[in-house]
Design a protein around this ligand. Structure first.
Ligand code: WQD
Length: 328
C-alpha cells in the first residue's frame, strides 16, 4: 500500500506522514509548497511538487508510485481569507479536489481519506455536535469543505471508492518544535504572539451564552488527529466501498478564557486578557461528539490541552527565542 498524501508538507500533513510511515505504510507526498515546507517531509519519503489542479501530473504520480490510497489534506484553510477570496477557495479546494478525484477514480485507486472541518457546521445550536447535526457553513471555507464531502461521497457511490471524510475540530500542538504550526491565525499562536510582546491577549467577545461568556471549542492534539488518519486508512483498506463521515475531536469543550489562563500558566506568564469585540461568524460553542470515530475506527484522543499548549509553546520559542526570556 502506497498512500499519496496531498498537503503532506504542511503542519498537519507532516504529522500525518510520520504517523503513516511509523505505522508501516508507504507514503509519497504531493504538495505545491504554497504554504508547505519541503524540509517537513521526512527523509525517505518522496516529494512531488505540484497542484491538485494539475491532472496530468497527478495521473503520472499515481501510476509512477503505484498509489493505492490517497489522504487529501491540501487545501486553503483560512476562514477570513476565504471571505475575501471565495473564488480562489472554490478553485483550490473544490476544483482541485474534483481533478484529484477524477485521476484517482480513473486509476482505480480504492481508498480516499478527505480532510474536512468542523467549519461545515457553521453555528450549531447544540452543545455536542454529532455527524447528523445540520451543516450550515458560515464561510466560503466551510462551504468548500462541505462541497468537498459531497464530491467525495458522490465519487464513492459511483465508482466503489472507499471514502472517509474527517471533520477536524480545533487542532493544536506539535510532535516536535520543528513541526509546530508556523501560522498565527488561530487562538493558541495568537495568544503566544501577545505574550511574547508582553501584551494582554484578546478575548473576542465575552457575552456569549456560555458558562464564562467566552466561546467554547473542542481542541484536538495534532498527534491524535494524525493517528485518526492512520486508523481511517486501515479501515478503508480492509473494507471496500465505505462512506464514512467522522468528527475528529475530544468531546470536551474549553472556553477561550480557560485556554488563555492555561497558556499563561504553562508559559510562565501572568497577562490577563482584555475583551475585544466579537469576531463575526464565531459560533458560541462547537464541541464534537467523537463516538462514531471511536465505534468505526477504534480511535480515541489521548492528549489533553496541557500537552497541546506545552508542545506548541516549544515550537513557538524555537521560532521566537525572545519569548523564552520573559516566560518559562
Ligand atoms: C477559536 C476561538 C475566537 C484568537 C477555525 C476554523 C476551523 C479550523 C480552526 C480549519 C474563537 C477566539 C481567537 C484570539 C480569541 N480551521 N479567539 N482571541 O475560529 O474556532 O476555527 O480554525 O479547519 O475550521 O473555523 O478557531 O482558533 O480562530 O478561534 O478570543 O486572539 O478563539 O473568537 O472563538 P475557530 P480560532
Amino acid at each position: 500500500m502506497t498512500w499519496l498524501i496531498t498537503g503532506g508538507a504542511g503542519y498537519i500533513g507532516a504529522h500525518v506522514v510520520r504517523a503513516m510511515t511509523e505505522a508501516g505504510e508507504e507514503a509519497v507526498v504531493y504538495d505545491d509548497l504554497s504554504t508547505g515546507v519541503a524540509d517537513r517531509v521526512p527523509d525517505g519519503v518522496p516529494l512531488v511538487q505540484g497542484s491538485t489542479l494539475d491532472g496530468d501530473l497527478l495521473r503520472r504520480t499515481l501510476a509512477g508510485h503505484g498509489v493505492t490510497g490517497v489522504v487529501h489534506l491540501a487545501a486553503k484553510k483560512q476562514v477570513g481569507e476565504s471571505v475575501d477570496r471565495p473564488l480562489h477557495y472554490y478553485r483550490e479546494n473544490v476544483e482541485g479536489l474534483r481533478v484529484l478525484l477524477e485521476a484517482v477514480t480513473a486509476a482505480g485507486v480504492p481508498s480516499f481519506v478527505f480532510s474536512s472541518s468542523a467549519a461545515v457546521y457553521g453555528t450549531p445550536d447544540t452543545d455536542l455536535v454529532t455527524e447528523e447535526t445540520p451543516c450550515v457553513p458560515m464561510s466560503p471555507y466551510g462551504e468548500t469543505k462541505l462541497a468537498g464531502e459531497w464530491l467525495v461521497r458522490a465519487a464513492g457511490r459511483a465508482t466503489g471508492l472507499s471514502t472517509a471524510s474527517l471533520r477536524y475540530f480545533n487542532v493544536a500542538g506539535a510532535r516536535s518544535p520543528e513541526l509546530a504550526d508556523t501560522g498565527v491565525t488561530n487562538l493558541v499562536p495568537m495568544v503566544f504572539e501577545k505574550l511574547t510582546e508582553n501584551a494582554a491577549p484578546r478575548v473576542f467577545g465575552d457575552d456569549y451564552d456560555t458558562p464564562d461568556g467566552t466561546c467554547v471549542r473542542d481542541y484536538i492534539h495534532v498527534l491524535d488527529l494524525a493517528e485518526a488518519h492512520v486508523a481511517a486508512a486501515r479501515v478503508l483498506r480492509s473494507s471496500p466501498g465505505r462512506d464514512l463521515t467522522l468528527n475528529i475531536g475530544r468531546g470536551e469543550g474549553v472556553s477561550v478564557r480557560e485556554m488563555i489562563d492555561q497558556i499563561n500558566a504553562a508559559t510562565g506568564h501572568d497577562l490577563p486578557p482584555t475583551v475585544a469585540p466579537r469576531r463575526p461568524g464565531d459560533p458560541a460553542c462547537v464541541v464534537a461528539s467523537a463516538d462514531r470515530a471511536a465505534a468505526e475506527l477504534g480511535w480515541k484522543a489521548k492528549y489533553d490541552v496541557q500537552d497541546m499548549i506545552t508542545s506548541a509553546w516549544a515550537g513557538w520559542v524555537r521560532q521566537h527565542p525572545e519569548a523564552a526570556r520573559d516566560g518559562a
